[in-house]
Design a protein around this ligand. Structure first.
Ligand SMILES: NC(=O)c1ccc[n+]([C@@H]2O[C@H](COP(=O)([O-])OP(=O)(O)OC[C@H]3O[C@@H](n4cnc5c(N)ncnc54)[C@H](O)[C@@H]3O)[C@@H](O)[C@H]2O)c1
Length: 359
């Protein structure tokens, strides 16, 4: 008989939709239940995605439903408690990025996964871009040569999502932990997962406090309205972060992430610089090499552009494959822990104005 993965989604906000669509498109996954602190939101989500049951308390959900796995798509401060309870309830977990608020929490989650033997996959969705495999092949096959420098930018001119994203106690930080996490992880993934050894980082909060209020013309964020009287989100995060991260294979990554920065346009790109060639990645990849003494700019033909729907479908298909068939996970908890160590070190460096070693 065909195996079916019975799944619940916890946290019925923006990104939960991408998870729900991908599960509903998967022939061997079944969305059994969903859960949100806000009952109306959970009910509407259940109706939209034709989910049989909805809850406002995930513990009740674990007790009442017959599940194999959960997607955790709540705000960041809820990742750790829900992931640990889910693992201890015998469930496989796909937890959105960032893994947790900090390294200490991430280590607790990793320990729970190891102790229970259940899967804890981290939502490093960009690993599932259509360009990832070809770039990893460029790297391992030697096309790039020795990659010694990389640049990663995820810059928004005026793009704080508002609500809990701006409140450190719910998010753990600003654009660094929200956006920077994606591109730092992707550089690591594409370059053979080197281990970080030290960082020098800096953060600023010159624009966000004021801009956050004016970001949405009607004078507030949807998330603020939704939680009025329940949670009072306070803007307490950086609006720009930058860092230089040194890895154990000699690679140095320069990263920049912003919610607010006075620049011409939003920027989202990664560049890898090697001794033989370089590449730039945004929604497609371009390789800058030398052929017969000519500098050449080359684009792989026949590769789909990187798009959100395809990335999430790839991520959920992989999660289901790991749960159903025991396939080794491409985005395991240990990589989430490494990322949290880098992020913690950048915030510590920004606070102390010194470089910070990572062990
Ligand atoms: N992979 C990506 O590209 C990507 C993009 C956006 C967000 N995210 C991540 O997804 C997560 C959610 O982000 P979002 O934009 O969907 O936020 P959101 O505010 O739209 O939704 C979060 C929901 O979680 C619910 N929630 C919080 N605590 C809960 C709990 N204990 N039990 C049940 N529900 C709870 C809230 O009520 C809210 O409805 C965050 O960790 C964020 O970093 C990832």
């Amino acid at each position: 008989m065909e195996k079916i993965l019975k799944v619940a989604i916890i946290g019925c906000g923006g990104i939960a939709r991408s998870h729900a669509e991908a599960y509903n498109n998967h022939p061997n996954a079944k969305l059994v239940a969903c859960c949100d602190l806000l009952e109306d939101k959970a009910r509407a989500f259940a109706e939209k995605y034709e989910i049989g049951a909805y809850y406002t308390d995930y513990r009740e959900l674990f007790e009442k439903e017959d599940l194999d796995a959960v997607s955790i798509t709540t705000w960041n401060s809820a990742h750790k408690p829900i992931a640990i309870d889910a693992l201890r309830a015998g469930l496989n977990v796909l937890c959105e990025k960032p893994m947790a608020l900090n390294t200490a929490e991430a280590l607790e989650m990793e320990r729970a996964a190891n102790e229970t033997g259940k899967l804890l996959q981290i939502g490093f969705v960009r690993r599932f871009e259509s360009t990832s495999e070809v770039i990893r092949n460029f790297y391992t096959g030697g096309t790039l040569g020795d990659v010694y420098y990389a640049k990663a930018q995820y810059l928004r001119r005026n793009g704080c999502p508002g609500g809990w994203f701006g409140d450190k106690s719910f998010s753990g930080g600003g654009p660094l932990i929200d956006l920077g996490v994606h591109v730092i992880d992707l550089v690591r993934y594409l370059t053979g997962r080197p281990m970080p050894v030290s960082v020098y980082g800096y953060t600023f909060d010159n624009l966000g406090r004021n801009r956050a209020k004016h970001n949405i013309p009607k004078g507030g964020y949807k998330r603020d309205y939704e939680f009025a009287g329940k949670f009072d989100f306070r803007y307490t995060v950086e609006d720009f972060a930058g860092a230089d991260i040194r890895f154990d294979n000699g690679l140095v990554l320069h990263v920049e992430a912003s919610f607010n920065l006075n620049l011409k346009d939003n920027v989202g790109k990664i560049e890898l610089f090697g001794t033989k060639s370089a590449l730039q990645l945004d929604d497609h990849v371009e390789l800058y090499g030398v052929v017969d003494d000519y500098y050449m700019n080359m684009t792989p033909q026949g590769l789909a552009k990187n798009e959100r729907v395809q990335m999430f479908q790839g991520e959920i298909e992989h999660f289901a494959d790991c749960c159903l068939n025991g396939t080794p996970c491409l985005a395991p908890a240990e990589d989430g822990v490494v990322l949290m160590k880098i992020l913690d070190a950048i915030y510590e460096s920004a606070r102390t104005h010194r470089s910070v070693e990572i062990r």
